[in-house]
Design a protein around this ligand. Structure first.
Ligand code: ARG
Length: 463
């Protein structure tokens, strides 16, 4: 990064220039550059309000607009010369503006401070990021639905404690993640409401003595309203913390799904295969195909959770109002946005490229006495108290285990040893299909119910 030769001091108030090392320590331009276009957007709205309130002249506004248009081009084409001596994105742009248009550039900062300016920029940035993330979540949900709709009759073991519990359909399992993503999207939309408020007008901390119209600026920038208290407007970053918490939950959900994909792809399970383009081989073991993408998603969850803790810790000891600490909000926030963005993009594509192996799922479901609860329910429905039914079935499972067979493979006389309530009709109950079909209520795994859930979900996405 270039530095300015004249080593100028901050202002007339300072007797010596800032030490080189301190300059590097305090500068944020290397990372807050990414706010540049939002900074310009905020400045243009501020200038338009200043002109409308006769705080600056129309000519000044035109000069500012002309200068900013050029700066925007310079930034987009990569020609803009970012200077470390000018500390941050705000001072870099303002200085360039002044070079280009003279006094009008110097008037831009009237009634404004970098404190309300940076808070505005971050909110504009985050609002934009949230809108994109919600779209990406939608795309992932749609990929989940596409896969689920092919597998309402594909039976796999449902697990608790990672032990075979009861049969479920693969579609039902996928729809659990659809629900998580749905709450994630709702959380982001809710967070956006609190992000979408205008800090400008708060100036350094107390407001400004100029006759500004904050509501007008809010309207120009598409904010839902203004931050009501100037001290709060410049100092709190709760909206960024809240967003990062939403991000940590998204990653946590995807980390859980990743863990499952990794397990399912292992030959021990062999439930699915992930397309080659999401996997890598080993440099030493020629036979390997590793699920790198889900593993990395699981790993990256750690950094997003870390970003949440970083932001919470950043905030906790700060007295009102603005403190330079807040400059440290940016990297964790940007990193969270980037990680989510990339993860969601890859994930939607990866879910579309999954090959399902129904026979392996079925084999596993048949192995773990997954229909034992169904037998207990059968007895309870015939009048045996559920606890006694539970015990009778436990004995039947032990018996079958000793024989090395499934409950459905026992003869009727064998089953009758455990309860004489058991009749021929038990065999329909003990099948995997019978078990699924029996759970026929909202939220249950019966194919008919899962089909209805998928239909509801499709409607939700179409809204
Ligand atoms: N670069 C600063 C930040 O990111 C901008 C605000 C600085 N304000 C100040 N009074 N030093 O927070």
């Amino acid at each position: 990064m270039a530095t300015m030769q004249d080593n100028q001091t901050w202002s007339g108030r300072f007797n010596e220039p800032v030490a080189e090392l301190v300059k590097r320590f305090t500068a944020s331009v290397e990372f807050d550059q990414r706010l540049a276009l939002f900074d310009i957007q905020g400045s243009l709205a501020h200038a338009q309000m200043l002109a409308a309130c006769n705080i600056i002249g129309t000519q000044d506004l035109n000069d500012i607009r002309r200068g900013m248009a050029q700066i925007e081009n310079e930034i987009l084409s990569g020609e803009f010369a970012w200077l470390l001596d000018l500390e941050d994105v705000h001072l870099n742009i303002e200085k360039r503006l002044t070079t280009l248009v003279g006094d009008a550039g110097k008037r831009l900062h009237t009634g404004r401070s970098r404190n309300d300016q940076v808070a505005t920029d971050v909110r504009l940035y985050l609002r934009h990021a949230i809108d994109e993330l919600i779209m990406l979540l939608r795309a992932l949900q749609s990929a989940l639905l596409d896969l689920a709709s092919q597998h309402t009759h594909t039976i796999m073991p449902g697990f608790t404690h990672l032990q075979v519990a009861q049969p479920v359909s693969f579609a039902h399992h996928l729809m659990a993640y659809f629900e998580m993503c749905q709450r994630d999207a709702e959380r982001l939309a809710d967070c956006r409401r609190r992000v979408n408020r205008l800090p400008l007008g708060a100036a350094a901390l107390a407001g400004t003595s100029y006759p500004v119209k904050r509501e007008y600026v809010a309207e120009l920038l598409g904010f839902d309203g203004v931050c009501e208290n100037s001290l709060d407007a410049v100092s709190d970053r709760d909206f960024a913390i809240e967003f990062t918490a939403c991000g940590a939950l998204i990653m946590t959900h995807l980390s859980r799904l990743s863990e499952e994909l990794i397990l399912w792809m292992s030959p021990r399970f062999g439930f699915i295969d992930i397309a080659d383009r999401f996997c890598t081989g080993s440099s030493i073991m020629p036979q390997k195909k590793n699920p790198d993408v889900p593993e990395l998603v699981r790993g990256k969850t750690g950094r997003v959770n870390g970003n949440l803790v970083a932001l919470l810790t950043l905030m906790k000891g700060q007295p009102l109002a603005y403190n330079k600490d807040n400059q440290e909000d940016k990297e964790p926030l940007f990193d969270t946005v980037d990680t989510l963005n990339l993860t969601l993009r890859i994930y939607a594509d990866m879910m579309g490229g999954i090959t399902v192996k129904p026979e392996a799922m079925r084999r596993a479901a048949l192995q773990g006495y997954a229909t034992a609860t169904d037998l207990a329910d059968y007895l309870a429905k015939k009048g045996l108290p559920f606890r006694d039914a539970h015990e009778a079935v436990a004995l039947a499972v032990r018996f079958a285990e000793q024989r090395g067979c499934d409950l459905a493979e026992l003869k009727l006389e064998e089953l009758k040893q455990f309860s004489d309530l058991i009749e021929q009709d038990i065999y329909a109950v003990l099948t995997l299909e019978g078990s699924l079909a029996a759970r026929n209520h909202t939220g249950g795994t019966a194919p008919q119910q899962v089909e209805a859930a998928i239909a509801r979900a499709r409607k939700l996405l179409a809204q």
